[in-house]
Design a protein. Structure first.
Length: 731
């Protein structure tokens, strides 16, 4: 029940610069070495020269050095917008020697990183910059803001008496540059307001929470004039939380045009001055979340509107200047002082509030406008860690029919981190007359494994003794492709489970694939026989039972059909079997399965009725004293004991011929599907415990028959219940 772009709320997240692409070679340069893979690895890259090593490339004076550089290049101010990895770095870009004195936007060998605004996209505290940061950089930032003011919304001389208002807000913002020209941003915003008042007739709550508003959007920007001028646009939306639950009932939409002038690229002295402006409009639907006309007390209505962040649709203008200053041996540290002016002009009037003008000290000279100045400072601390502090100072507050009051002042604190997944790439001087390294090209072995009948063998284990510790399994066609090996003899070992291994030596030739086939004797399949039979009670009626088979490497349970029949294919040999069923004494027996099979006939003796103190029933229903709990649509493990007791009750009381399992849920999500899934889970559990499937029916009623309202946790708990109705009872 508030807008998502809260006035004075937000947070900044720094960005890490992108890595540079290698310089292109002349057209007549010789081909570069082809990467090859070492045994047991994927294809490897050519050796990388370290700092100080030299190598020669024809007609060029530089090559790439991928030596690790310190990650101390993170700072708050945005970069120049020319990511070296896109090949459009300014002509005066740094040499990568750790100084980078030629490029004012380079810090310790990297482009300077960025921070988000309080609304998400890259910029100052409120003003977005016409830049999107290095490619694939990620920004994370949290912030908090607060203010406290006596006689905030009403005049101390008015009949309404003075009030003291305080607010604490916080948010989390994320940003990601996913293409050369675009970034995406996402934020979650929360605030808590407290109003202390003298008027006993006030109806607004003294404490109001506005939780869970979400904003997201995309910004596109482009730089021209060697990075000195940028322009772009932002399109965003806000999801507004409802009055009594964290669900989206309404949404805001905004669009902004942005421009930036960076004097570091337009002046000979590289003056650290950047000027930015934003002009846009926001369609604000927060008024539609609350029926303000039903609040009779005008002061209560106005304070509630401010506390929930409710505002009109409005034209938004931002004007900012910042001064990115760098210092340290490699300019790895930085501070970014800034000053901004924010001006909102309402594009709609709300007559409901026109009677409130007398509440303020005096009528606003700009009745439609909200305005404030922001003075801020951001600082790069260490390895992408950033801190910031700012203060908002009100300049203009609107008449009430045009919007809520502007906080007279506000302090903003921020903490963020920038991540650049790309390595630092720097250029080093190399000698011009050294010949290029000779490429090393290895060969591979391509083979196929078949059985004596010529059929492919899948899953055969192929290894290379002495060369690689890793084995290869043949595919469904029996084929395999080896790792790359140097030219020479290679031993290959092939194994099939149950048969002797075969070993063969082949000669690998450089730059070629060597073909080899293996014909293996497949192991003979073990003889098998079928154990089938019938499990009955004393009267010869088949019963559902479980049979545990042990022997010949097998130790597994098998379930008989509900009518007691069982059929299992087993290897020939001796076994022991344990037969169990709910309500019957277990039996142990020995058996021998031959190629002709084995006929199993077991008559079970009914046990004395099991103790079921938590289960009772009559002709209409069965009662269980403990609730059945679920995890999603599955029965929770803590409910297994009560369902075991229910299964024993049904086994000892055959007079309950047909029982209907009824599951009810609350109204969240797909209630019908959830309740049916839970009913099926209870039925399946009871069938697995020996209850005949034709005695059970599962029905999910969803939220059709609540016993309490679904607005509270206790009400929802009562509505989530499992009932057992008797459909057929035999006297």
């Amino acid at each position: 029940m508030r807008r998502s772009l809260l006035l004075g709320l937000g947070l900044s997240f720094p960005t890490v610069a992108s890595a540079a692409e290698p310089p292109s070679l002349p057209a007549d340069a010789p081909p570069q070495p082809t990467p090859v893979a070492a045994p047991g690895t994927a294809e490897a890259a050519p050796p990388e020269p370290s700092v100080g090593e030299t190598a020669t490339l024809p007609d060029t004076s530089a090559q790439l050095d991928l030596s690790a550089q310190p990650s101390d290049t993170f700072g708050d101010p945005p970069d120049d917008g020319f990511a070296e990895d896109e090949g459009n770095a300014p002509e005066d870009a740094g040499t990568g020697d750790g100084d980078d004195s030629d490029d004012p936007a380079m810090i310790g060998g990297r482009r300077e990183p960025f921070s988000p605004t309080l609304r998400g996209p890259i910029g100052l505290y409120y003003t977005a910059l016409a830049d999107v940061g290095g490619l694939y950089t990620f920004r994370f930032r949290v912030h908090t803001s607060f203010f406290k003011q006596a006689t905030f919304a009403v005049s101390p001389d008015s009949i309404y008496g003075a009030d003291t208002h305080s607010r604490v807000a916080g948010s989390v913002d994320l940003g990601f540059t996913f293409t050369k020209w675009t970034e995406a941003y996402f934020g979650v915003y929360n605030q808590a307001n407290r109003n202390e008042r003298q008027d006993p007739n006030r109806v607004d709550p003294p404490v109001v929470f506005a939780l869970g508003d979400i904003t997201f959007g995309i910004k596109a920007a482009h730089k021209v004039a060697n990075g000195g001028f940028g322009f772009g646009a932002i399109a965003g939306a806000g999801l507004l939380s409802g009055a009594d639950k964290l669900l989206t009932d309404r949404a805001n939409f905004n669009i902004d045009a942005i421009g930036t002038l960076d004097l570091r690229y337009l002046t000979a002295s590289k003056a650290p001055v950047r000027l930015s402006t934003n002009i846009g409009w926001i369609l604000d639907n927060s008024y539609k979340l609350v029926e303000f006309d039903k609040i009779d007390d005008p002061v209560s209505r106005e304070i509630l509107r401010f506390s929930l962040g409710v505002n009109h649709s409005r034209l938004r203008m931002r004007f900012g200047a910042d001064f990115p200053i760098r210092f340290g041996e490699h300019r790895q540290f930085g501070i970014d002082p800034s000053i901004e002016y924010s001006w909102n002009v309402s594009t709609q009037e709300e007559t409901l509030y026109s009677d409130l003008t007398a509440l303020a000290d005096e009528e606003s000279p700009l009745p439609r406008s909200q305005g404030w100045v922001t003075v801020g400072l951001r600082s790069n601390v260490y390895d992408g860690l950033q801190i910031g502090v700012a203060a908002d100072i009100r300049t203009t507050s609107p008449n009430y029919e045009w919007g809520p009051p502007v906080a007279p002042w506000q302090v903003i604190l921020g903490l963020g981190w920038s991540i650049d997944p790309k390595p630092v790439i720097k250029e080093v001087e190399v000698a011009a007359d050294a010949p290029p390294p000779t490429p090393v090209l290895d060969g591979r072995v391509i083979g196929r494994v078949v059985d004596s009948a010529g059929q492919p063998v899948a899953g055969a284990r192929v290894s290379f003794p002495g060369l690689s510790p890793n084995a290869i399994l043949t595919d469904e066609n029996g084929g395999f492709i080896s790792y790359r090996f140097p030219e020479g003899s290679v031993s290959i070992n092939v194994e099939i489970e149950g048969s002797e291994a075969m070993e063969q030596t082949v000669d690998v030739t450089a730059e070629q694939d060597t073909q080899v086939d293996f014909a293996m004797e497949a192991p003979a399949a073990p003889a098998e026989g079928t154990m089938e039979g019938l499990i009955t009670d004393e009267a010869g009626v088949g019963i559902a039972a479980a049979v545990q088979i042990r022997g010949q490497g097998i130790d597994e349970p098998f379930n008989a059909q509900p009518d007691g029949r069982i059929a299992v294919l087993l290897p020939v040999g001796d076994y022991t079997a344990s037969v169990s069923a709910v309500g019957f004494d277990p039996q142990e027996l020995s058996l021998t399965v031959t190629a002709e099979g084995f006929n199993l006939a077991v008559k079970m003796n009914r046990s004395l009725p099991a103790e079921t103190p938590n289960v009772s029933g009559n002709k209409r229903r069965i009662r269980i004293k403990k609730r059945v709990s679920y995890q999603g649509t599955d029965v929770a493990e803590r409910s297994f004991p009560i369902l075991d007791e229910l299964a024993a009750f049904l086994a000892g009381h055959p007079e309950f011929v047909s029982v209907e399992i009824r599951v009810h849920t609350d109204d969240r999500g797909n209630a019908k599907s959830r309740s049916q899934g839970r009913a099926d889970a209870v039925r399946n559990y009871l069938v697995g415990k020996g209850v005949a499937v034709d005695r059970l029916t599962a029905v999910g009623f969803g939220a059709r028959a609540p016993t309490a309202v679904n607005l509270t946790p206790e009400g929802r708990r009562k509505n989530n219940r499992t009932e057992l109705r008797v459909n057929s009872f035999k006297e």
